[in-house]
Write a protein that binds this ligand. Structure first.
Ligand code: ADP
Ligand code: MG
Length: 456
């Protein structure tokens, strides 16, 4: 087969693609290895089906076209999944980092002491447009801890998959490297620190956190007002950062919106890469449900999946809870799940304020209040700038957080045409691009709308 050894050709192909995409996108997207080739085929390995799907979707045509240009032949690319793909060749006995063992009473953590949930892996994480960027960045961090993006910070609302993604990084490194990993919630970090202070064991605490290879701290919004813990984390951060150890944080909002956080810690959280998770759209909700159902080895009709996905739009945790309720019912009563049963059993879930499609009037009310206007100002015809901008903003927000069509939005906001709604959304998008503070103004408004509608 030597005649068709395309390994060199493959290297050149990738070099071309790297040149075109730039180093950053290339290293994010191309975790692949050459395996073998025949005359018309090159076989490459990828670590997971998830990465295979992503590479196929985004780059397969580019790669095949490139091969065609270089050889003038049609060579196809075949993927094989090799779970050991990313394993490093480890030295026979890995050196223990200095200073780790100065507290002999504390053994190195056992692998499963880690509080990482075994099923929070990349394989089980469905990628949609809402989390594409975050998931790809998390994979890049896993492949290249300490170097790709440090720190890496994921923010977004409750139940959107922050913890899952963070732990997927931990699980990946646990299985594919010798790194010492710590996962802890900011709350437990705080409690542990306070206890260490009380028992005058702060040296032990400091050593634990300053000499780990990977530190994952979940829900850092908990650190607001905790000045002592912030101070400690600041020093931990610098120690780890200087020795190129990977840190990952999650937060329920953008760091810029955290209150009572020291400036020096804030700037550190904002270094590296901050990405947000958005609520999944209908298609992604269906895909997530299907994946969960597959994992449980049960069968549920597609029409039920569609029903649940349509009616539970708040977040993935709620989506899972609805599914669990259905399965429990079906097991306890011994009936298989039908559309009627699903409708009956989940009617309260579907009707809860969190799932109700936020009403347009709620959004108008919150925006009007914020700009000291009335709902009628927003619906009306006046074209003064102090009204036009909030009006456009309301349309944009309705578009962002509800499933209403542009036609429906136009009708509800003063009987306007759908093109007016589209134009308004474009204007706001332009302003977001031109003015970096716009995005956080909008996020604040969206949060206010959600709080308002949760209360009502
Ligand atoms: P958060 O930390 O943002 O509140 P979690 O990570 O705890 O959210 O996610 C809530 C639940 O939803 C978990 O059971 C998680 O496995 C699941 N989940 C979240 N995002 C996804 C996804 N993209 N694909 C599959 N399951 C997901
Ligand atoms: Mg969480």
């Amino acid at each position: 087969m030597a005649e068709w050894d395309y390994e060199q050709l493959w290297k050149e192909t990738l070099d071309h693609i790297r040149g075109e995409l730039g180093e950053q996108e290339f290293s994010l997207g191309f975790n692949i290895k050459y395996i073998r080739s025949t005359e018309h085929e090159i076989v490459i390995s990828v670590p997971t089906s998830l990465q295979r799907d992503m590479i196929q979707k985004r780059y397969l045509t580019t790669m095949e076209n490139k091969l065609k240009t270089l050889t003038d032949k049609n060579i196809s690319i075949v993927f094989e999944i090799h779970s050991g793909h990313d394993k490093k060749v480890d030295p026979p006995s890995p050196p223990v980092p200095e200073n780790t063992e100065i507290t002999p009473a504390l053994p190195r953590p056992q692998k499963r002491d880690l509080q990482l949930r075994e099923n929070y892996t990349f394989d089980k994480y469905v990628i949609g447009e809402n989390n594409n960027f975050a998931a790809n960045a998390a994979m890049a961090v896993s492949r290249n801890p300490g170097n790709a993006y440090n720190p890496f910070l994921i923010y977004g609302g409750v139940g959107l998959g922050k913890t899952h993604l963070m732990q997927a990084i931990g699980n990946y490194l646990l299985n594919n490297s010798d790194n010492k990993i710590i996962y802890i919630t900011a709350e437990n970090f705080t409690n542990e620190f306070i206890q260490a202070l009380q028992e005058t064991r702060t040296a032990v605490f400091k050593n634990k956190y300053r000499y780990t290879d990977v530190l994952l701290i979940d829900d850092i919004h908990f650190l607001q007002n905790k000045l002592g813990t912030q101070e400690e984390l600041f020093h931990t951060f610098d120690a780890l950062y200087n020795s190129k150890k990977q840190m990952v944080f999650t937060c329920d909002r953008p760091v810029s919106e955290l209150k009572n956080l020291s400036d020096r810690l804030r700037t550190r959280f904002e270094m590296g890469l901050n990405v947000d998770l958005q609520p999944p759209n209908y298609e992604t909700r269906c895909a997530i449900l299907k994946k969960k159902i597959e994992a449980k080895n049960i069968s549920i009709p597609d029409e039920v999946i569609a029903l649940v996905s349509k009616n539970v739009s708040s977040n993935i945790r709620d989506l899972e809870a609805a599914l669990i309720k259905l399965i429990a019912y079906s097991e306890l009563v011994g009936k298989s799940i039908t559309l009627e049963i699903a409708q009956q059993q989940l009617k309260d879930v579907f009707a809860s304020p969190r799932q109700s499609n936020m009403s347009i009037d709620t959004i108008l009310r919150v925006v009007a209040e914020k700009f000291s206007l009335t709902i009628n100002d927003l619906k009306g015809r006046k074209k003064t700038q102090n009204i036009v901008f909030p009006r456009q903003l309301s349309m944009y927000i309705v578009r962002q957080i509800t499933e209403y069509s542009t036609t429906e939005i136009g009708q509800s906001i003063g009987g306007r045409d759908h093109t007016t709604v589209m134009h308004s959304c474009n204007m706001i998008e332009e302003r977001i691009r031109a003015d970096p503070t716009m995005d956080s103004i909008i996020q604040n408004l969206i949060r206010a709308v959600k709080e308002y509608s949760a209360k009502s």
